[in-house]
Design a protein around this ligand. Structure first.
Ligand code: HEM
Length: 148
């Protein structure tokens, strides 16, 4: 465990780098969903098919790998840094679970759009785009301010 404690700052750096990748994907995919749905509504089938390909790539190249690495490094930091008893971490974990749920929802919505199913109107879909920014804001405050 000693070598892990010595590498703590490197693990924090790697954690934050992969958080950036994950968040980039979580900002991009919901935007893709809006454009994809607009193409479907307008009957632009060729364009809709291109969005299916882009959504698949962003999921397999950025979103899923980044989420896994963030979780693994985050849980490692919590253990090596002995943060498990701290309230801010419990609150953060709850919000990161919500972020992971949002990730799953967006991927599921992309798969439904690929089959031509549109569950939400454009306005709702746009509003849901803001969820990752809101969750990330609170998570970063929790990590740096550690209010409890
Ligand atoms: C997946 C579950 C996650 C766990 C278990 C976790 C846990 C941790 C822990 C224990 C630390 C070290 C805190 C310290 O030493 O003071 C840390 C650092 C950090 N985490 Fe996470 N984290 C997770 C996901 C995230 C996410 C999703 C974000 C942002 C949206 C995030 C942003 C940060 C930042 C910015 C730091 C650096 C804070 C510093 O400079 O010490 N983490 N994380």
């Amino acid at each position: 465990m000693d070598w892990l404690a010595g590498a703590y700052l490197w693990i924090v750096a790697a954690h934050v780098i992969f958080v950036i990748f994950w968040m980039a994907g979580l900002f991009m995919l919901p935007r893709y969903l809006v454009y994809h749905q607009e193409a479907l509504v307008a009957g632009r089938d060729g364009e809709a098919a291109e969005w299916v390909v882009r959504e698949g790539k962003i999921r397999s190249i950025i979103l899923t790998p980044a989420m896994i690495v963030v979780w693994v490094l985050g849980l490692t930091l919590a253990t090596v840094g002995q943060h498990w008893g701290e309230g801010w971490l419990h609150a953060k974990l709850l919000l990161v679970l919500a972020l992971s749920g949002y990730h799953g929802w967006a991927v599921g919505y992309a798969k439904r759009l690929a089959k031509g199913v549109m569950r939400l109107d454009g306005r709702r879909l746009r509003m849901l785009n803001e969820v990752p920014a809101l969750l990330a804001t609170v998570i970063v405050v929790l990590v740096f301010v550690k209010p409890f």
